[in-house]
Design a binder for this molecule. Structure first.
Ligand code: PLP
Length: 473
Protein backbone atom coordinates (compact mmCIF):
# COMPACT_ATOMS: atom_id res chain seq x y z
CA UNK A 1 0.00 0.00 0.00
CA UNK A 2 1.53 3.34 -1.04
CA UNK A 3 -0.02 6.72 -0.38
CA UNK A 4 1.63 8.18 -3.43
CA UNK A 5 0.40 5.43 -5.77
CA UNK A 6 -3.14 5.52 -4.39
CA UNK A 7 -3.29 9.31 -4.42
CA UNK A 8 -2.03 9.28 -8.02
CA UNK A 9 -4.85 6.89 -8.97
CA UNK A 10 -7.34 9.12 -7.20
CA UNK A 11 -6.06 12.29 -8.87
CA UNK A 12 -6.12 10.61 -12.31
CA UNK A 13 -9.69 9.48 -11.75
CA UNK A 14 -10.69 12.92 -10.48
CA UNK A 15 -9.04 14.62 -13.44
CA UNK A 16 -11.15 12.53 -15.82
CA UNK A 17 -14.23 13.18 -13.68
CA UNK A 18 -13.61 16.93 -13.82
CA UNK A 19 -13.00 16.99 -17.58
CA UNK A 20 -16.11 14.87 -18.29
CA UNK A 21 -18.17 17.02 -15.94
CA UNK A 22 -17.10 20.34 -17.47
CA UNK A 23 -17.76 18.92 -20.96
CA UNK A 24 -21.18 17.59 -19.94
CA UNK A 25 -20.03 14.16 -21.15
CA UNK A 26 -21.93 12.30 -18.41
CA UNK A 27 -25.22 13.05 -16.63
CA UNK A 28 -25.20 15.88 -14.07
CA UNK A 29 -26.69 13.45 -11.59
CA UNK A 30 -27.29 9.76 -11.51
CA UNK A 31 -29.47 8.86 -8.54
CA UNK A 32 -29.56 5.10 -8.11
CA UNK A 33 -31.49 3.41 -5.31
CA UNK A 34 -29.43 3.35 -2.11
CA UNK A 35 -29.44 -0.39 -1.54
CA UNK A 36 -28.31 -1.18 -5.10
CA UNK A 37 -25.60 1.45 -4.93
CA UNK A 38 -24.29 0.27 -1.56
CA UNK A 39 -24.15 -3.23 -3.03
CA UNK A 40 -22.37 -2.09 -6.18
CA UNK A 41 -19.84 -0.15 -4.11
CA UNK A 42 -19.34 -3.23 -1.93
CA UNK A 43 -19.53 -1.06 1.14
CA UNK A 44 -20.26 -3.74 3.74
CA UNK A 45 -17.81 -6.26 2.29
CA UNK A 46 -14.95 -3.76 2.07
CA UNK A 47 -15.58 -2.56 5.64
CA UNK A 48 -15.29 -6.15 6.84
CA UNK A 49 -12.36 -7.25 4.65
CA UNK A 50 -10.40 -4.13 3.70
CA UNK A 51 -7.99 -4.25 0.75
CA UNK A 52 -9.18 -1.21 -1.18
CA UNK A 53 -5.82 -0.01 -2.44
CA UNK A 54 -3.84 -0.12 -5.70
CA UNK A 55 -5.65 -1.22 -8.89
CA UNK A 56 -8.72 -2.24 -6.87
CA UNK A 57 -8.99 1.31 -5.59
CA UNK A 58 -8.74 2.63 -9.15
CA UNK A 59 -11.58 0.40 -10.37
CA UNK A 60 -13.68 1.19 -7.30
CA UNK A 61 -13.20 4.96 -7.74
CA UNK A 62 -14.49 4.71 -11.31
CA UNK A 63 -17.70 3.17 -9.95
CA UNK A 64 -17.92 5.68 -7.12
CA UNK A 65 -17.44 8.67 -9.41
CA UNK A 66 -20.07 7.33 -11.82
CA UNK A 67 -22.55 7.82 -8.98
CA UNK A 68 -21.29 11.26 -7.95
CA UNK A 69 -23.33 14.38 -8.65
CA UNK A 70 -21.33 16.60 -11.00
CA UNK A 71 -21.28 20.18 -9.78
CA UNK A 72 -18.99 21.31 -12.61
CA UNK A 73 -21.47 20.02 -15.23
CA UNK A 74 -22.99 22.80 -17.36
CA UNK A 75 -26.43 21.33 -16.58
CA UNK A 76 -25.83 21.43 -12.83
CA UNK A 77 -28.23 24.19 -11.79
CA UNK A 78 -29.49 22.98 -8.43
CA UNK A 79 -28.12 23.92 -5.02
CA UNK A 80 -25.70 26.68 -4.03
CA UNK A 81 -22.70 24.51 -3.40
CA UNK A 82 -19.31 25.36 -4.93
CA UNK A 83 -18.15 23.89 -8.22
CA UNK A 84 -14.71 23.52 -6.70
CA UNK A 85 -11.68 25.22 -8.18
CA UNK A 86 -9.27 22.24 -8.43
CA UNK A 87 -6.54 24.10 -6.51
CA UNK A 88 -8.92 24.08 -3.52
CA UNK A 89 -9.09 20.29 -3.72
CA UNK A 90 -5.29 20.19 -3.43
CA UNK A 91 -5.58 22.32 -0.28
CA UNK A 92 -8.26 19.93 1.04
CA UNK A 93 -5.98 16.95 0.43
CA UNK A 94 -3.12 18.59 2.30
CA UNK A 95 -5.46 19.47 5.16
CA UNK A 96 -6.84 15.92 5.20
CA UNK A 97 -3.48 14.27 5.61
CA UNK A 98 -1.87 16.76 7.97
CA UNK A 99 -5.15 16.92 9.94
CA UNK A 100 -4.01 19.95 11.91
CA UNK A 101 -6.81 21.05 14.23
CA UNK A 102 -5.59 24.61 14.21
CA UNK A 103 -8.00 26.18 16.71
CA UNK A 104 -5.06 26.09 19.10
CA UNK A 105 -2.04 27.54 17.39
CA UNK A 106 0.40 24.82 18.41
CA UNK A 107 -1.71 22.21 16.57
CA UNK A 108 -1.56 23.96 13.19
CA UNK A 109 0.51 27.13 13.02
CA UNK A 110 0.46 27.40 9.22
CA UNK A 111 -3.30 26.86 8.97
CA UNK A 112 -3.90 29.34 11.81
CA UNK A 113 -1.71 31.99 10.20
CA UNK A 114 -3.59 31.53 6.92
CA UNK A 115 -6.97 31.77 8.68
CA UNK A 116 -5.89 34.92 10.52
CA UNK A 117 -4.88 36.70 7.32
CA UNK A 118 -7.94 35.44 5.39
CA UNK A 119 -10.24 36.74 8.12
CA UNK A 120 -8.52 40.11 7.79
CA UNK A 121 -8.96 39.98 4.01
CA UNK A 122 -12.68 39.37 4.47
CA UNK A 123 -12.97 42.08 7.14
CA UNK A 124 -11.39 44.47 4.65
CA UNK A 125 -13.95 43.51 1.98
CA UNK A 126 -16.79 44.23 4.42
CA UNK A 127 -15.20 47.60 5.28
CA UNK A 128 -14.10 46.79 8.83
CA UNK A 129 -10.79 47.30 10.60
CA UNK A 130 -8.60 44.20 10.38
CA UNK A 131 -7.11 42.52 13.42
CA UNK A 132 -3.59 43.72 14.34
CA UNK A 133 -0.72 41.66 13.08
CA UNK A 134 1.07 40.34 15.12
CA UNK A 135 -2.13 39.36 16.97
CA UNK A 136 -2.95 41.23 20.17
CA UNK A 137 -6.27 40.47 21.87
CA UNK A 138 -5.76 43.39 24.24
CA UNK A 139 -4.86 45.93 21.52
CA UNK A 140 -6.26 49.35 22.32
CA UNK A 141 -9.02 50.48 19.98
CA UNK A 142 -11.73 48.40 18.42
CA UNK A 143 -10.99 46.21 15.45
CA UNK A 144 -12.90 43.51 13.67
CA UNK A 145 -12.51 39.80 14.22
CA UNK A 146 -13.60 36.51 12.77
CA UNK A 147 -13.27 32.79 12.64
CA UNK A 148 -13.86 30.13 10.00
CA UNK A 149 -16.45 27.49 10.87
CA UNK A 150 -17.66 24.21 9.45
CA UNK A 151 -20.53 25.75 7.50
CA UNK A 152 -22.86 28.71 7.32
CA UNK A 153 -25.36 27.21 9.77
CA UNK A 154 -22.70 27.03 12.47
CA UNK A 155 -21.52 30.49 11.46
CA UNK A 156 -25.03 31.91 11.95
CA UNK A 157 -25.22 30.21 15.35
CA UNK A 158 -21.83 31.63 16.34
CA UNK A 159 -22.74 35.19 15.28
CA UNK A 160 -26.08 35.02 17.08
CA UNK A 161 -24.39 33.65 20.22
CA UNK A 162 -22.18 36.77 20.15
CA UNK A 163 -25.31 38.93 19.70
CA UNK A 164 -26.99 37.22 22.66
CA UNK A 165 -23.94 37.78 24.85
CA UNK A 166 -24.00 41.47 23.98
CA UNK A 167 -27.74 41.89 24.50
CA UNK A 168 -27.92 39.83 27.69
CA UNK A 169 -24.49 39.10 29.17
CA UNK A 170 -26.07 37.19 32.07
CA UNK A 171 -27.78 34.70 29.74
CA UNK A 172 -24.68 32.49 29.57
CA UNK A 173 -24.86 31.75 33.31
CA UNK A 174 -28.52 32.27 34.14
CA UNK A 175 -30.22 31.25 30.90
CA UNK A 176 -32.31 33.55 28.71
CA UNK A 177 -35.14 35.59 30.14
CA UNK A 178 -38.54 35.64 28.47
CA UNK A 179 -38.12 39.17 27.13
CA UNK A 180 -35.38 38.34 24.59
CA UNK A 181 -36.50 38.20 20.94
CA UNK A 182 -34.87 37.78 17.54
CA UNK A 183 -36.27 39.44 14.40
CA UNK A 184 -35.70 37.83 10.99
CA UNK A 185 -37.51 37.75 7.64
CA UNK A 186 -39.64 34.70 6.97
CA UNK A 187 -37.28 33.98 4.05
CA UNK A 188 -34.24 33.68 6.35
CA UNK A 189 -32.33 30.42 6.05
CA UNK A 190 -33.67 27.79 8.45
CA UNK A 191 -30.40 27.79 10.37
CA UNK A 192 -31.47 31.13 11.87
CA UNK A 193 -34.57 29.53 13.43
CA UNK A 194 -32.42 26.63 14.60
CA UNK A 195 -29.95 29.05 16.18
CA UNK A 196 -32.84 30.71 18.03
CA UNK A 197 -33.86 27.29 19.33
CA UNK A 198 -30.33 26.27 20.29
CA UNK A 199 -29.74 29.61 22.04
CA UNK A 200 -32.79 29.00 24.17
CA UNK A 201 -35.01 31.79 22.86
CA UNK A 202 -37.96 29.60 22.02
CA UNK A 203 -39.69 29.64 18.66
CA UNK A 204 -42.29 32.10 19.95
CA UNK A 205 -39.55 34.67 20.38
CA UNK A 206 -38.38 34.47 16.78
CA UNK A 207 -40.43 37.28 15.23
CA UNK A 208 -41.01 37.89 11.53
CA UNK A 209 -39.55 41.07 10.13
CA UNK A 210 -42.09 43.00 8.03
CA UNK A 211 -41.39 42.28 4.35
CA UNK A 212 -42.66 43.22 0.91
CA UNK A 213 -44.29 40.70 -1.43
CA UNK A 214 -40.85 39.46 -2.56
CA UNK A 215 -39.83 38.71 1.03
CA UNK A 216 -37.49 41.71 1.38
CA UNK A 217 -37.42 43.58 4.70
CA UNK A 218 -39.24 46.95 4.60
CA UNK A 219 -36.99 49.22 6.73
CA UNK A 220 -39.67 51.75 7.77
CA UNK A 221 -41.97 49.00 8.99
CA UNK A 222 -39.03 47.28 10.69
CA UNK A 223 -38.29 50.49 12.63
CA UNK A 224 -41.94 50.66 13.72
CA UNK A 225 -41.82 47.01 14.85
CA UNK A 226 -38.65 47.63 16.86
CA UNK A 227 -40.31 50.61 18.60
CA UNK A 228 -43.42 48.58 19.33
CA UNK A 229 -41.36 45.76 20.81
CA UNK A 230 -39.45 48.23 23.02
CA UNK A 231 -42.81 49.61 24.20
CA UNK A 232 -43.87 46.07 25.11
CA UNK A 233 -40.72 45.61 27.22
CA UNK A 234 -39.07 43.20 24.77
CA UNK A 235 -35.34 43.20 24.22
CA UNK A 236 -34.37 42.60 20.59
CA UNK A 237 -31.24 40.45 20.62
CA UNK A 238 -30.63 40.98 16.88
CA UNK A 239 -32.20 41.71 13.54
CA UNK A 240 -31.19 39.28 10.78
CA UNK A 241 -31.02 40.48 7.17
CA UNK A 242 -30.38 38.34 4.09
CA UNK A 243 -27.59 39.05 1.60
CA UNK A 244 -29.03 37.28 -0.29
CA UNK A 245 -32.05 35.09 0.45
CA UNK A 246 -31.63 31.37 -0.09
CA UNK A 247 -34.79 30.76 -2.08
CA UNK A 248 -34.70 33.47 -4.75
CA UNK A 249 -31.42 35.26 -4.11
CA UNK A 250 -32.76 38.75 -3.31
CA UNK A 251 -30.82 41.18 -1.10
CA UNK A 252 -32.38 43.03 1.84
CA UNK A 253 -31.72 46.81 1.78
CA UNK A 254 -28.94 46.87 4.38
CA UNK A 255 -28.26 50.58 4.81
CA UNK A 256 -31.72 51.69 6.01
CA UNK A 257 -32.06 48.46 8.02
CA UNK A 258 -28.70 49.13 9.69
CA UNK A 259 -29.67 52.73 10.39
CA UNK A 260 -32.89 51.60 12.06
CA UNK A 261 -30.92 49.11 14.18
CA UNK A 262 -28.14 51.55 15.09
CA UNK A 263 -30.57 54.24 16.16
CA UNK A 264 -31.97 51.75 18.67
CA UNK A 265 -28.73 50.08 19.74
CA UNK A 266 -29.79 46.76 18.18
CA UNK A 267 -27.37 44.21 16.70
CA UNK A 268 -27.67 43.70 12.94
CA UNK A 269 -26.59 40.31 11.65
CA UNK A 270 -26.17 39.95 7.89
CA UNK A 271 -26.49 36.40 6.58
CA UNK A 272 -24.30 36.69 3.52
CA UNK A 273 -23.54 32.96 3.40
CA UNK A 274 -24.36 32.92 -0.29
CA UNK A 275 -24.36 36.51 -1.44
CA UNK A 276 -21.49 38.20 0.42
CA UNK A 277 -19.19 37.07 -2.38
CA UNK A 278 -20.68 39.97 -4.37
CA UNK A 279 -18.39 42.15 -2.21
CA UNK A 280 -15.51 41.07 -4.46
CA UNK A 281 -17.05 42.56 -7.59
CA UNK A 282 -17.04 46.36 -7.99
CA UNK A 283 -20.16 46.03 -10.15
CA UNK A 284 -22.09 43.98 -7.57
CA UNK A 285 -20.78 45.35 -4.27
CA UNK A 286 -23.62 47.88 -4.14
CA UNK A 287 -26.05 45.01 -3.44
CA UNK A 288 -24.60 45.00 0.08
CA UNK A 289 -24.50 48.78 0.43
CA UNK A 290 -24.38 49.60 4.15
CA UNK A 291 -22.97 46.21 5.21
CA UNK A 292 -20.20 47.98 7.14
CA UNK A 293 -22.88 49.33 9.49
CA UNK A 294 -23.82 45.81 10.61
CA UNK A 295 -22.42 44.06 13.69
CA UNK A 296 -21.82 40.62 12.19
CA UNK A 297 -21.66 39.03 8.77
CA UNK A 298 -21.55 35.39 7.68
CA UNK A 299 -19.81 34.61 4.39
CA UNK A 300 -19.38 31.08 3.00
CA UNK A 301 -16.36 30.11 0.95
CA UNK A 302 -17.98 26.82 -0.09
CA UNK A 303 -20.74 28.55 -2.02
CA UNK A 304 -19.61 31.26 -4.45
CA UNK A 305 -15.88 31.24 -3.63
CA UNK A 306 -15.37 27.85 -5.33
CA UNK A 307 -13.93 26.33 -2.14
CA UNK A 308 -14.46 22.70 -1.05
CA UNK A 309 -16.90 22.26 1.84
CA UNK A 310 -16.86 23.35 4.46
CA UNK A 311 -15.48 26.83 4.90
CA UNK A 312 -17.65 29.61 6.31
CA UNK A 313 -16.59 32.86 7.93
CA UNK A 314 -18.17 34.62 10.92
CA UNK A 315 -17.03 38.23 10.92
CA UNK A 316 -17.76 40.89 13.55
CA UNK A 317 -17.12 44.64 13.55
CA UNK A 318 -15.91 44.66 17.17
CA UNK A 319 -13.64 41.79 18.18
CA UNK A 320 -14.79 42.01 21.82
CA UNK A 321 -18.24 40.70 20.86
CA UNK A 322 -16.92 37.49 19.32
CA UNK A 323 -14.20 37.03 21.91
CA UNK A 324 -16.94 37.33 24.58
CA UNK A 325 -19.45 34.98 22.96
CA UNK A 326 -18.42 31.81 24.78
CA UNK A 327 -17.08 31.21 28.30
CA UNK A 328 -15.53 27.81 28.93
CA UNK A 329 -13.03 26.20 31.20
CA UNK A 330 -10.78 23.59 29.59
CA UNK A 331 -7.62 23.35 31.62
CA UNK A 332 -5.88 21.17 29.02
CA UNK A 333 -6.37 23.84 26.34
CA UNK A 334 -6.82 27.24 27.92
CA UNK A 335 -3.92 28.16 30.17
CA UNK A 336 -1.15 30.71 30.38
CA UNK A 337 1.53 29.94 27.82
CA UNK A 338 4.15 31.57 25.70
CA UNK A 339 2.00 32.24 22.62
CA UNK A 340 3.80 32.96 19.36
CA UNK A 341 0.54 32.78 17.39
CA UNK A 342 -3.21 32.97 17.96
CA UNK A 343 -5.76 30.50 19.36
CA UNK A 344 -9.09 30.66 17.50
CA UNK A 345 -10.70 28.22 19.93
CA UNK A 346 -12.34 30.81 22.21
CA UNK A 347 -14.27 32.11 19.16
CA UNK A 348 -15.47 28.77 17.82
CA UNK A 349 -18.20 26.27 18.67
CA UNK A 350 -15.90 23.53 17.40
CA UNK A 351 -13.03 22.12 19.43
CA UNK A 352 -11.36 20.12 16.65
CA UNK A 353 -11.48 22.59 13.79
CA UNK A 354 -9.97 21.66 10.42
CA UNK A 355 -7.62 23.94 8.51
CA UNK A 356 -10.55 25.42 6.62
CA UNK A 357 -8.60 28.47 5.56
CA UNK A 358 -6.13 26.36 3.63
CA UNK A 359 -8.84 25.34 1.17
CA UNK A 360 -10.00 28.90 0.54
CA UNK A 361 -6.40 30.09 0.44
CA UNK A 362 -5.34 27.58 -2.22
CA UNK A 363 -8.24 28.74 -4.40
CA UNK A 364 -7.39 32.42 -3.96
CA UNK A 365 -3.65 31.90 -4.24
CA UNK A 366 -4.02 29.93 -7.48
CA UNK A 367 -6.54 32.19 -9.19
CA UNK A 368 -6.30 35.56 -7.42
CA UNK A 369 -9.30 37.44 -6.07
CA UNK A 370 -9.88 39.13 -9.43
CA UNK A 371 -10.70 35.79 -11.05
CA UNK A 372 -13.21 35.00 -8.30
CA UNK A 373 -14.79 38.44 -8.69
CA UNK A 374 -15.15 37.75 -12.42
CA UNK A 375 -16.66 34.33 -11.72
CA UNK A 376 -19.30 35.80 -9.37
CA UNK A 377 -20.08 38.60 -11.81
CA UNK A 378 -20.32 36.22 -14.77
CA UNK A 379 -22.68 33.82 -12.95
CA UNK A 380 -24.90 36.77 -11.96
CA UNK A 381 -24.89 38.15 -15.50
CA UNK A 382 -25.83 34.72 -16.83
CA UNK A 383 -28.71 34.52 -14.33
CA UNK A 384 -29.99 37.85 -15.66
CA UNK A 385 -29.69 36.65 -19.26
CA UNK A 386 -31.35 33.33 -18.38
CA UNK A 387 -34.26 35.13 -16.70
CA UNK A 388 -34.73 37.32 -19.76
CA UNK A 389 -34.66 34.27 -22.06
CA UNK A 390 -37.07 32.30 -19.86
CA UNK A 391 -39.46 35.24 -19.70
CA UNK A 392 -39.64 35.22 -23.53
CA UNK A 393 -40.65 31.56 -23.61
CA UNK A 394 -44.43 31.28 -24.10
CA UNK A 395 -46.18 30.29 -20.87
CA UNK A 396 -43.11 30.61 -18.68
CA UNK A 397 -43.33 32.97 -15.70
CA UNK A 398 -40.18 34.30 -13.99
CA UNK A 399 -40.54 34.95 -10.24
CA UNK A 400 -38.48 38.14 -10.04
CA UNK A 401 -35.53 39.88 -11.65
CA UNK A 402 -32.45 38.02 -10.34
CA UNK A 403 -29.97 39.87 -8.14
CA UNK A 404 -27.56 36.96 -7.75
CA UNK A 405 -26.93 33.71 -9.63
CA UNK A 406 -30.39 32.34 -8.74
CA UNK A 407 -33.38 32.31 -11.13
CA UNK A 408 -36.86 31.01 -10.29
CA UNK A 409 -39.46 30.31 -12.94
CA UNK A 410 -42.50 28.13 -13.52
CA UNK A 411 -44.39 26.58 -16.37
CA UNK A 412 -48.17 26.80 -16.63
CA UNK A 413 -50.08 24.57 -14.23
CA UNK A 414 -50.18 23.54 -10.62
CA UNK A 415 -47.42 23.29 -8.03
CA UNK A 416 -47.62 19.52 -8.42
CA UNK A 417 -46.88 19.91 -12.14
CA UNK A 418 -43.68 21.89 -11.40
CA UNK A 419 -42.54 19.14 -9.04
CA UNK A 420 -43.39 16.44 -11.56
CA UNK A 421 -41.40 18.26 -14.26
CA UNK A 422 -38.44 18.46 -11.88
CA UNK A 423 -38.75 14.78 -11.04
CA UNK A 424 -38.62 13.86 -14.72
CA UNK A 425 -35.72 16.25 -15.38
CA UNK A 426 -33.73 14.54 -12.64
CA UNK A 427 -34.48 11.12 -14.10
CA UNK A 428 -33.27 12.37 -17.47
CA UNK A 429 -30.07 13.59 -15.74
CA UNK A 430 -28.86 16.16 -18.26
CA UNK A 431 -30.11 19.05 -16.15
CA UNK A 432 -30.36 19.20 -12.39
CA UNK A 433 -32.60 21.93 -10.95
CA UNK A 434 -33.92 22.61 -7.47
CA UNK A 435 -37.31 24.07 -6.59
CA UNK A 436 -38.63 26.49 -4.00
CA UNK A 437 -41.77 28.05 -2.59
CA UNK A 438 -42.11 31.79 -3.23
CA UNK A 439 -45.13 34.11 -3.03
CA UNK A 440 -47.22 31.10 -2.03
CA UNK A 441 -46.42 29.00 -5.12
CA UNK A 442 -43.86 26.38 -6.15
CA UNK A 443 -41.16 27.41 -8.65
CA UNK A 444 -38.37 25.67 -10.52
CA UNK A 445 -35.08 27.12 -9.34
CA UNK A 446 -31.71 27.53 -11.05
CA UNK A 447 -28.56 28.25 -9.02
CA UNK A 448 -25.88 28.80 -11.65
CA UNK A 449 -22.69 27.51 -10.00
CA UNK A 450 -20.68 25.81 -12.73
CA UNK A 451 -18.19 27.96 -14.63
CA UNK A 452 -19.07 25.85 -17.68
CA UNK A 453 -22.74 26.84 -17.87
CA UNK A 454 -23.72 29.20 -20.68
CA UNK A 455 -26.90 30.52 -22.26
CA UNK A 456 -26.84 27.56 -24.66
CA UNK A 457 -27.41 25.27 -21.66
CA UNK A 458 -30.50 27.27 -20.73
CA UNK A 459 -31.74 26.81 -24.31
CA UNK A 460 -31.06 23.08 -24.04
CA UNK A 461 -32.93 22.97 -20.73
CA UNK A 462 -35.91 24.64 -22.41
CA UNK A 463 -35.88 22.05 -25.21
CA UNK A 464 -35.96 19.23 -22.63
CA UNK A 465 -38.61 21.00 -20.57
CA UNK A 466 -40.85 21.52 -23.62
CA UNK A 467 -40.68 17.80 -24.38
CA UNK A 468 -41.42 16.87 -20.77
CA UNK A 469 -44.23 19.43 -20.52
CA UNK A 470 -45.94 17.74 -23.45
CA UNK A 471 -46.07 14.53 -21.40
CA UNK A 472 -47.15 16.02 -18.04
CA UNK A 473 -50.74 17.21 -17.76
C1 PLP B 1 -28.46 32.40 3.26
C2 PLP B 1 -27.92 31.11 3.83
N1 PLP B 1 -27.51 31.06 5.09
C3 PLP B 1 -27.02 29.92 5.65
C4 PLP B 1 -26.93 28.77 4.92
C5 PLP B 1 -26.40 27.52 5.56
O1 PLP B 1 -25.11 27.31 5.16
P1 PLP B 1 -24.45 25.83 5.28
O2 PLP B 1 -25.16 25.01 4.27
O3 PLP B 1 -23.03 26.09 4.95
O4 PLP B 1 -24.67 25.36 6.67
C6 PLP B 1 -27.36 28.76 3.58
C7 PLP B 1 -27.29 27.53 2.78
O5 PLP B 1 -27.73 27.45 1.68
C8 PLP B 1 -27.86 29.97 3.02
O6 PLP B 1 -28.28 30.03 1.76
Amino acid sequence: MSFEADARLAVEALDRFLADSLAGAAPALNQRPLAALAEELEVARLVAEGGLTGPRLGAWLTRYLASATRLHHPGYLAHQVAAVEPAGAVGALVDALTNNPMAIYEMGPGAAAIEFVLVNWMLGKVGWTPQPLPPDRAAPGACGAGVLTHGGSLANLTALAAARSKADPAAWRDGVKGDLVLVAPAAAHYSVARAAGILGLGERNLLEAPCDADGRIVPRELAALLDRLAGEGKKVMAVVAASCSTAVGLYDPLRPIAEACRARGIWLHVDGAHGASALLSPALRGRLDGVELADSVVWDGHKLLRTPGLCAAVLVRDHRTLDGAFHQEASYLFHAKDEPGFDFMPRAVECTKAGLGLKLFTVLAARGEGALAEYVASRTALAEAAAARLAREPGVEVACAPESNIVCFRLPGSDARQLELRRRLLLDGRHYLSSTAFRGRRWLRLAIMSPATGLGDIEALLVTLRALAAEVA
